[in-house]
Write a protein that binds this ligand. Structure first.
Ligand code: SF4
Length: 377
């Protein structure tokens, strides 16, 4: 285990909500972009600062809406406050329509060395269905601009499993997006329906239908096989990289159950055994700063059982799987002995493989990682 930690910055702005999205964000009001930057700096300076920062991730929302100057101000402030490793991975999420040569060059100058671009699809009808504002050509163009500016660690986000999509369509769509962008990293998420989103309402009204579980697995398998065939093997349920060194170090820390500090509205922090989270409301976040108060909403102290269950659940989402010796050292549990029956059942179903002291999910196991974890805990 590394002794450093990660910083996540939640940028709570989007031009318009996408129809599937339940992350906290809203369009910025007059002056709010700058007010947010100031409030974030205040929040960062009030946080404990022990230890070295290994990764920083600006997510959201739409960090690219802040523009290079504000992004640089925040990153400089974090540098002033924290000890940041010389080789820290520093990622910024970008929406394709925001990416210009100026933004790309400004982010590189500021110290960002990785970009994650919300391509989602290169098909107009899919982007329209999802409520995205960009055109099919904007994603590949954004990746090209970033690459030309000198940012080579580029990931793209894709969404598959839209209503009526077949495994063959998913293959075609993912293939075309990846071949048009040739990124170092791909995150491919199966469409999910969250309450309080327009897509959820359409589902409730019967205007669209979600896939049956069996069909969802067919889509999942098709996307995994397609990406593997394109030289992007999975290392997590929804994450794929050209080579191991292109894996997201920041997100890998989450799956390894390591500590992180979250800044900004709705951001979560994890300092085992405590998880805490900020108010998911920009007005309250800004008001807390004006009042000189913390934007913390609440926190919970997790029991050893809860922490162990989380560690198993997160590890089984990755192809590296669960290191049984490290688990025993951390929690004092001999999982292989205590859950021998469940493990051998999962092995016989072709969901898990035990090798080299690790429990690793197969492709079928990755598809049901959360259920597998419940059975093992
Ligand atoms: S751009 Fe991203 S964060 Fe913003 S609404 Fe769309 S999916 Fe959500």
């Amino acid at each position: 285990m590394t002794d450093g930690f990660a910083i996540y910055v939640h940028v709570p702005f989007c031009r318009r909500k996408c129809r599937y999205c339940d992350f906290y964000s809203r369009p910025p009001g007059a002056g709010e972009l700058d007010q947010f930057v100031d409030a974030l700096a205040d929040e960062a300076s009030a946080r404990p600062r022990a230890g070295r920062v290994d990764t920083i991730y600006f997510g959201g929302g739409t960090p690219s809406l802040l523009g290079a100057r504000r992004l640089a101000v925040i990153l400089d402030e974090l540098r002033r406050l924290y000890e940041i490793a010389g080789d820290a991975e520093i990622t910024v999420e970008m929406n394709p329509q925001d990416v210009t040569p100026e933004l790309a060059a400004g982010c590189l100058d500021a110290g960002f060395n990785r970009a994650s671009v919300g391509v989602q699809s290169v098909f107009a009808e899919e982007l329209g269905f999802l409520g995205r504002l960009h055109r099919p050509s904007d994603g590949p163009r954004a990746v090209e601009i970033l690459r030309e500016a000198g940012i080579t660690e580029i990931g793209i986000d894709l969404i598959y499993g839209l209503p009526r999509q077949t495994p063959a369509m998913a293959e075609e769509r993912v293939r075309l997006a990846v071949e048009s962008c040739r990124p170092a990293h791909v995150s491919a998420y199966q469409l999910t329906y969250s309450e309080n989103t327009p897509l959820w309402s359409e589902l409730e009204l019967g205007r669209i239908r979600r896939h049956e579980e069996h069909d969802e697995f067919g889509l999942f398998r098709s996307v995994h096989r397609t990406l593997r065939g394109l030289d992007y093997p999975a290392y997590e349920v929804s994450n794929f990289s050209l080579r191991d060194e292109h894996r997201s170090r920041h997100n890998s820390r989450y799956w390894q159950h390591l500590p992180y500090v979250g800044l900004g509205p709705s951001a979560h922090s994890f300092r085992p055994p405590v998880r805490s989270w900020n108010v998911a409301d920009l007005d309250k976040y800004l008001a807390a700063r004006t009042a000189g108060e913390s934007p913390l909403d609440d926190s919970e102290e997790l029991t050893d059982e809860q922490l162990a269950a989380e560690a198993v659940m997160l590890a089984l989402r990755t192809t590296d799987g669960l290191d049984l010796d490290a688990f025993r050292e951390r929690f004092g549990n001999d999982l292989a002995g205590e859950r021998a029956e469940q493990i051998s059942h999962a092995e016989s179903e072709g969901l898990l493989v035990m090798a080299d002291g690790r429990l690793r999910p197969t492709l079928a196991g990755l598809a049901v990682a959360d259920r597998l974890a419940v059975e093992l805990c």
